[in-house]
Ligand binder design. Structure first.
Ligand SMILES: [Zn+2]
Length: 110
């Protein structure tokens, strides 16, 4: 169920948990693609089995780069949590309101 903003009623609300997952996914994909593009093409292009070897080398380098970059990606995700959400659970992407689950469960305590 989509969360509604407590102020503007928008459904474009990001949760801290989902945002963290998306940030880690994007960081991992970025590192994978950087690793894939690092591999040069020293093999002759006229033999098909060399394409497979080249592709496997690129995938291997991409996985290696994604794995080695995980700590930096996690640190970036922690910064997003800290600076964008602070101690709140949700961020409205329309009006910028931050709120938490307690505010949803007990709206009269605002
Ligand atoms: Zn809002």
């Amino acid at each position: 169920m989509a969360q509604h903003c407590l102020i503007c009623d928008s459904t474009v609300v990001a949760s801290k948990d989902v945002t963290t997952t998306v940030v880690i996914l994007i960081g991992t994909l970025e590192n994978f693609l950087l690793g894939v593009t690092e591999v040069q093409a020293p093999l002759p292009e006229n033999e098909q089995h060399h394409y497979l070897a080249q592709m496997l080398a690129r995938i291997s380098k991409g996985v290696s780069r994604a794995t080695s970059g995980y700590i930096a990606t996690q640190a970036f995700a922690n910064d997003v949590q800290k600076y964008q959400f602070s101690h709140y659970d949700y961020l409205c992407l329309r009006c910028g309101t931050l709120f938490d689950q307690d505010s949803i469960d007990n709206p009269h305590d605002l």
